[in-house]
Design a protein around this ligand. Structure first.
Ligand SMILES: C[S@@+](CC[C@H](N)C(=O)[O-])C[C@H]1O[C@@H](n2cnc3c(N)ncnc32)[C@H](O)[C@@H]1O
Length: 302
């Protein structure tokens, strides 16, 4: 049983339903798995768990099944068993990346969970060491909204984008290459802009085409994006981070993997550095060295 508590809010549930890939009925009743798919589903589920740490509980199996069915349709793969073989033997080019993307839930939005972001703005930024360029890591960045939110907050707080860029660098990483490409592209549909104050939207975005907005190129330069699987070791970092955000990803992992990720983040954070989780994920019971400051806010001793 996971010790990361998760209390999903209504917005999240609704929007994630929107984000689910299109699926076809699995059987007439759209309820059960086809018998011959059971084994293949289990195999893929295990591969996903070993590869990425994402743990599909019994309750969520149906969701994974629908997503994989949809992937088979998109890729012209004839059966779930053929997909399982392709993944296990790595015999279909690019299929492992596709399954990793299919397994992940990428829902995110700008200025998500503002209480933690307010703390970042009011308490963390003033406490960060002067004279050094701050290193900030969004460890499950999805399509970049979190990283660009931080960049906008830094620009607003430090007196402009130039000042913010010379003071801070943001790294956004994610398991899914698809979302990393979206983050690098930096163009968002109007639907995805709901969390942004109108003034900030005007200041930091330009409308491009119907209902799409491009992030300001100078804000964009503050963030770089890379594919990184939190389950793979060693992580390729040579210097410590000042602030790490690991939000809305832990509850997809089982408890040993949650603890492992949190301990590894501890190792790559400088003494006195910060960890921000989601306010819906409490890591208190996981028995890590992180010291709780407030809900969703933790600090490394030092
Ligand atoms: C729900 S999004 C959270 C995005 C953002 N942090 C936020 O709070 O809005 C979760 C992200 O975690 C990523 N993810 C899942 N497992 C991962 C892993 N093992 N390594 C890196 N990223 C992972 C998914 O691809 C997805 O984009």
């Amino acid at each position: 049983m996971s010790k990361v508590a998760h209390f999903p809010d209504q917005k999240r549930i609704n929007t994630e339903r929107e984000w689910m890939p299109p699926s076809r009925p699995i059987d007439q009743a759209n309820q059960k798995f086809k018998a011959e798919d059971q084994h293949a589903l289990k195999q893929i589920q295990q591969w996903i768990h070993i590869h990425s740490g994402i743990h599909y509980t019994e309750r969520k199996q149906q969701l994974l099944y629908k997503r994989l069915q949809s992937l088979c349709l998109q890729k012209g793969i004839v059966s779930l068993q053929a997909l399982a073989e392709g993944v296990l033997n790595n015999s279909i080019p690019g299929i492992r990346k596709d399954v990793a993307h299919t397994a992940s839930t990428n829902h995110t939005y700008f200025f998500r969970e503002p209480t933690v972001l307010d703390f970042f703005r009011k308490e963390i930024i003033p406490a960060l060491p002067r004279g050094e360029r701050w290193r900030i890591w969004s460890a499950a960045a999805s399509s970049g909204e979190e990283s660009y939110t931080l960049a906008m907050i830094l620009a607003e707080t430090l007196g402009g984008v130039d000042q913010a860029r010379s003071q801070a660098a943001i790294l956004g990483t994610d398991l899914s290459e698809n979302v990393i490409q979206q983050a690098e592209h930096g163009v968002y549909h109007q639907r995805r802009m709901e969390g942004i104050d109108a003034q900030l939207q005007r200041r930091y975005f330009t409308q491009v085409g119907l209902g799409n907005w491009r992030i300001d190129p100078e804000i964009k330069k503050m963030a770089i994006f890379r594919r990184l699987n939190l389950k793979s070791r060693p992580w390729p970092f040579s210097r410590h981070f000042d602030v790490v955000l690991c939000r809305n990803v832990l509850y997809y992992f089982d408890e040993p993997h949650q603890r492992d990720v949190l301990n590894s983040i501890y190792q790559v954070t400088r003494p006195g550095g910060w960890l921000l989780t989601s306010v819906t994920e409490s890591i208190r019971e996981l028995d890590t060295a992180w010291q709780m400051v407030d809900i969703g806010i933790y600090r490394k001793e030092g």
